[in-house]
Design a protein around this ligand. Structure first.
Ligand code: PLP
Length: 424
């Protein structure tokens, strides 16, 4: 049967088909990526994409909100229950906008914000110099201890006392250890700052109880919905009741117009999926797979920042292997293993060609891979590194990777008839 897309736009249909083949025929180790369920995909491509819903439930600026109000209320209630938060705003278009809205809710332009330096694992929107967050606000950055790779809470406290920021941001995009949100909360209190905790990467681990939640300590918690949480590409803010009004105002009308209702709908679906024992088991397996991957890489002589991982991601410092991060990432991509090159703390190499490689296990775990496969992937990575200039060997490894992939199907999009009858 020919689908509508295939009929009306064969070019785009073909490109989606190719991307689907790429996603299922390669191993996804980018720690911020995942595969959503077919239910989430269906919701994102539903008719809710046709509806304008500026405002909030029961306070909209357009008519015809009989259904959208119910959907947004469901999404909010499910998010509140899942995270144990007083208030949830599910409208932010993505994690970056959610962060900006959190700052706008708590601080005025020109105030000081203090977040983790990008080259030490923070996100662009934590006040990095090329981000507008460093232009709208005075930005101060804390870093990790370059000997251990760990957050140094005493140094963070001292920096906070020196600069007296209005907002402290706790959270990271490339930090392989647990973050102590309670200490961050104490530091914020000591200096009279608000605490914003950005759990974009670890939200799925938090709801599964495998990472301490920042909800009791932070004024506002910001997250994406598409990383370990395994929902559609979007953002979300959680906060205490007394910040609810400012947070809502900051998102709309402060920063955004109409919410992406199809995304909100899919967020509601993803929140229900995350509120299950299956999801907890999934999150536990993410950690087991990360441990297995890390241990095997250590056996092969790879140097891991902080010596290992407590969460879903790891950072390889490639300096002892004498291979630049970008070179290994590109060679791995040719062998169907998709990762990203990354700076390591105190990296002497330039940021566009850094010394590290960042890997994570959320996506392979969604495919059903376990420790044995994680170890097998470590062996593939080792072999690519050993044969970094040998294209014949890299192509051979790619064929073996394809074989592994064929045993672990990914949820396919329903616009393209699945070959295997479909998997949720
Ligand atoms: C991914 C990420 C974001 C930004 O999310 P986008 O959806 O890409 O805008 C913000 N903060 C952290 C810590 C992230 O990892």
């Amino acid at each position: 049967m020919q689908t509508a897309l295939e009929h009306y736009d064969p070019q785009i249909y073909e490109l989606i088909r190719q991307e689907q083949a790429r996603q299922s025929g390669s191993i996804r180790l980018i720690p911020s990526e995942n595969y959503v369920s077919r239910a989430v995909m269906m919701a994102t491509s539903s008719c809710l994409t046709n509806k304008y819903a500026e405002g909030y439930p029961d306070k909209r600026y357009y008519e015809g909100q009989q259904v959208t109000d119910l959907i947004e209320k469901l999404a909010r209630d499910r998010a509140k229950k899942l995270f144990g938060a007083d208030h949830a705003n599910v409208q932010p278009y993505s994690g970056s906008v959610a962060n900006l809205a959190a700052y706008a809710a708590l601080a005025a332009p020109g105030d000081t914000i203090m977040g983790m330096s990008l080259d030490h694992g923070g996100h662009l929107t934590h006040g990095w110099k090329v981000s507008l967050t460093s232009k709208f606000y005075q930005s101060v950055s804390y870093r990790v201890n370059t000997d251990t790779g760990l957050l140094d809470y005493d140094a963070i406290r001292a920096l906070a006392k020196e600069h007296r920021p209005k907002i402290i941001i706790s959270g990271a995009t490339a930090y392989p250890r647990l973050i102590d949100f309670e200490i961050f909360g104490d530091i914020a209190k000591e200096v009279g700052a608000y605490l914003v905790s950005d759990i974009a990467h670890i939200a799925g681990l938090v709801v599964a109880g495998l990472h301490k939640s920042p909800v009791p300590y932070a004024d506002v918690v910001s997250t994406t919905t598409h990383k370990t949480l395994r929902g559609p590409r979007g953002g979300m803010l959680l906060c205490k009741a007394d910040h609810a009004k400012q947070v809502d105002k900051a998102v709309f009308p402060g920063l955004q117009g109409g919410p992406h209702m199809h995304t909100l709908t899919a967020i509601a679906v993803a929140m229900a999926e995350a509120d299950t024992t299956e999801f907890v088991a999934y999150a536990e397996q993410i950690l087991k797979n990360a441990q297995a991957l890390a241990n095997k890489l250590l056996e092969y002589g790879f140097d891991l920042v902080t010596g290992g991982t407590d969460n879903h991601l790891l950072l390889i410092d490639l300096r002892n292997k004498d291979i630049p991060g970008k070179k290994l990432a590109k060679a791995l991509d040719r062998a169907r293993i998709v990762s990203n090159y990354n700076t390591v703390p105190g990296d002497p190499a330039p940021p566009f060609n850094p010394s590290g490689l960042r890997l994570g296990t959320p996506a392979i775990t969604t495919r059903g891979m376990k420790e044995a496969e994680a170890e097998q992937i470590a062996t593939f990575i080792h072999r690519v590194a050993e044969n970094i200039d040998n294209e014949t060997e890299i192509a051979k490894i790619g064929k073996e990777v394809l074989l592994l992939c064929s045993r672990f199907p990914v949820p396919e999009h329903f616009i393209i008839p699945p070959k295997d009858g479909g998997r949720d």
